[in-house]
Design a protein around this ligand. Structure first.
Ligand code: BTN
Length: 249
């Protein structure tokens, strides 16, 4: 879908040169009654946050920092967003469950944070995408794990248009389409994973977006939130960035 046919996401738009977190601003707008598709962007964040209480650090002006207010999101919202962002990053981009987008060399180029209040009929979809990150932009300890699209600073706005167009497609796709597209980019499949309740080998996702794990004793575990870490082993290079979300079910 081209930018010209975009009709739902991105209006109204509020842009901050710097703010604490675009998710904070979008949550406030959602609570104040902002319409479906309202977009908040920022050049920089002073308190950007990721999943599991982690911080999200991005150099001013070099990353796409955006949050959308959504009022009709489906159960696979965060997976669908991962697929949309991965498509913009490129053909080789992978996804580490649930929605870390990785470059072909296994570095995390984008993160997605969904915060929702279903009883108030809103969800905030926050996306941080390293469009023009340079090697020395981040603290030393993050450099080996962070990826970049390698684009120019001037292209952040173009990439925003591409992400919005991709989201329009994937947020309205069927669950089957989302799972199939996600599966094609699955970076964890076949890798050993560890979580609080045990360890096993990642075996894709189920129709509810849970990570399916095959345990050594032949049983199957489905994880949906909390922490999951990689076990060392062969396979496509995937960074263990401190874990993905997992909860046994
Ligand atoms: C993660 O991978 O842990 C999720 C990172 C999400 C970061 C984005 S940046 C825009 C939006 N505002 C935030 O504070 N977080 C999200």
């Amino acid at each position: 879908m081209s930018e010209g046919t975009r009709r739902w996401l991105g209006l109204p738009r509020v842009h901050h040169r710097t703010t604490t977190s675009t998710n904070d601003r979008a949550r406030e707008l959602a609570q104040a009654g902002a319409p479906d598709g309202t977009l908040v962007t920022a050049g920089g964040q002073t308190a950007g946050r990721g999943r599991q209480g982690r911080a999200w650090i991005a150099p001013e002006g070099r990353a796409l920092l955006m949050s959308l207010v959504l009022r009709r999101s489906g159960p696979l919202l965060s997976l669908a967003a991962g697929v949309a962002v991965a498509e913009v990053v490129g053909l080789d981009a992978g996804i580490k469950w649930p929605n870390d987008v990785l470059t072909a060399d296994g570095r995390k180029v984008a993160g997605i944070l969904v915060e929702s209040r279903p009883q108030e009929e809103w969800a905030v979809l926050g996306i941080g995408l390293n469009v023009a990150l340079r090697g020395d932009d981040l603290p030393q300890e993050l450099r080996g794990r962070a990826g970049s699209m390698g684009r120019a600073v001037e292209e952040v706005e173009t990439v925003l248009g591409q992400v919005l167009a991709g989201l329009e497609r994937w947020l309205t796709a069927s669950e089957g389409e989302i799972v199939a597209a996600w599966d094609r980019r699955d970076s964890l499949r076949g890798r050993g994973v560890v979580w609080a309740g045990g360890h096993g080998v990642a075996d894709g996702i189920d129709g509810a977006g849970r990570l399916v794990v095959a345990r050594d004793d032949g049983s199957e575990q489905r994880l949906q939130a909390g922490e999951v870490h990689l076990e060392p082993g062969p396979g496509r290079r995937v960074p263990d960035d401190g874990g993905s979300d997992a909860l046994e079910s």
